[in-house]
Design a protein around this ligand. Structure first.
Ligand code: COI
Length: 358
């Protein structure tokens, strides 16, 4: 839908005395280590979002009893702004991230935030830090909105007060090479009735131990399976998944245990627009492993905002290493990456109205 942002939003702005943008080395962008000049803040108190402000990016003080540190009531989002070949800065589907943020907020017993504040605050911040949006191939400005509980109280109950913030970080690729992944059949990321669909910090914290274990065995990431039977493919923790089997693009249907990826949703729509046949449904481990063994899987990739479209080189299942074939010309992944690049760098029309100019 068209985003109608109330430009009369009352945001106080404290400009940085000295921009750090000259320190940005566009040819050596790493993921998530460098932050642009400003950050947006809003505080929730007395049932209201208030004190909307943009201040120089920097450390904050907090009380050691801050609720979030103890019980993890915090959520986040990830989205990206791109600079088109013509130099225009546009944000990819901010309202979709806003809607998902509020779903996460509800699940974590936190207040929702109006679109005017989420998207309007972001727009103001980007107008101020526009120079931080890189223009190299595959580069973008990663945007991190988040909210956390700020009561200074260590009893267990939902906090009465919260802080919402947005900062940004110029980034290049998240994975620098095709990824090696292991189908996880011991640990579990999410259970039915749990928080798997929410972008809450605890999902990521709980995934660290099994992921590090797999990394020590030489894998980049895990493919999580359902917690009840380890029979169905879920997601990869940093990204959703899609497989090309017999020429069809197949992706596990988002559920309450799978994050509803916006990049996933967008790429599947683009695949349909390209005439590729797409299936969103439950995908069994058996189907994936059998297709790999029989040479019926042509491609596999992760899809996420940070990861974009990350080709998978090898999938391991219970010690058996199942390599993917080397990508052929006109592979589905390549077609999708090109379509996404054409869209985000302004080389093609935006038929779905996904890009918001700042
Ligand atoms: C994303 O923004 O794509 C995430 O899921 C967060 C993380 C992988 C950096």
């Amino acid at each position: 839908h068209t985003i109608m942002i109330d430009t009369s939003l009352d945001i106080s702005i404290e400009n940085t005395p000295q921009s750090r943008v000259a320190e940005l080395d566009q040819d050596n962008l790493k993921f998530g280590r460098q932050f642009s000049d400003h950050m947006f803040i809003a505080d929730y108190r007395d049932g209201q979002w208030q004190e909307l402000r943009i201040v120089p990016f920097g450390p904050m003080e907090f009380n050691p009893a801050l609720a979030v540190i103890h019980y993890g009531q915090t959520i986040f989002e990830g989205l990206k702004a791109y600079r088109s070949d013509a130099g225009q800065v546009r944000v990819f589907r901010p309202s979709a991230n806003w809607a998902r943020f509020n779903l996460s907020a509800e699940r974590m017993c936190m207040p929702t935030i109006p679109e005017e504040i989420f998207v309007g605050g972001l727009k103001k911040l980007l107008q101020l830090d526009e120079a931080w949006v890189p223009n190299r191939p595959q580069s973008s400005l990663y945007i991190r909105p988040f909210m956390f509980a700020t009561d200074e109280y260590i009893g267990i109950r939902p906090s009465d007060t919260y802080r919402f913030m947005i900062f940004t970080s110029p980034v290049g690729a998240y994975y620098s090479e095709p990824v090696r992944v292991k189908i996880e059949t011991e640990y579990t990321r999410a259970f039915p009735g749990g928080t798997g669909y929410a972008k809450s910090a605890g999902n990521y914290a709980g995934a660290l131990y099994p992921t590090v274990k797999a990394q020590k065995q030489g894998f980049h990431q895990l493919i999580w399976t359902d917690g009840l039977e380890h029979k169905y493919i879920e997601e990869a923790g940093t990204m959703n998944l899609a497989f090309v089997i017999d020429g069809k693009l197949i992706s596990p249907q988002p559920s309450e245990t799978i994050l509803h990826g916006i990049t996933r949703n967008s790429l599947l729509q683009m695949a349909r627009d390209l005439g590729i046949s797409v299936e969103e449904r439950r995908v069994t481990v058996d189907e994936v492993v059998t297709a790999l063994r029989d040479g019926k899987m042509q491609e596999a990739f992760g899809i996420g905002t940070a990861a974009t479209l990350a080709p998978i080189a090898m999938i391991s299942y219970q010690g058996e290493e199942l390599p993917l074939p080397s990508p052929t010309d006109n592979a589905v992944g390549d077609q999708l990456r090109k379509a996404l690049d054409d869209l985000r760098y302004g080389r093609a029309e935006d038929p779905h109205g996904w890009l918001m100019p700042i």
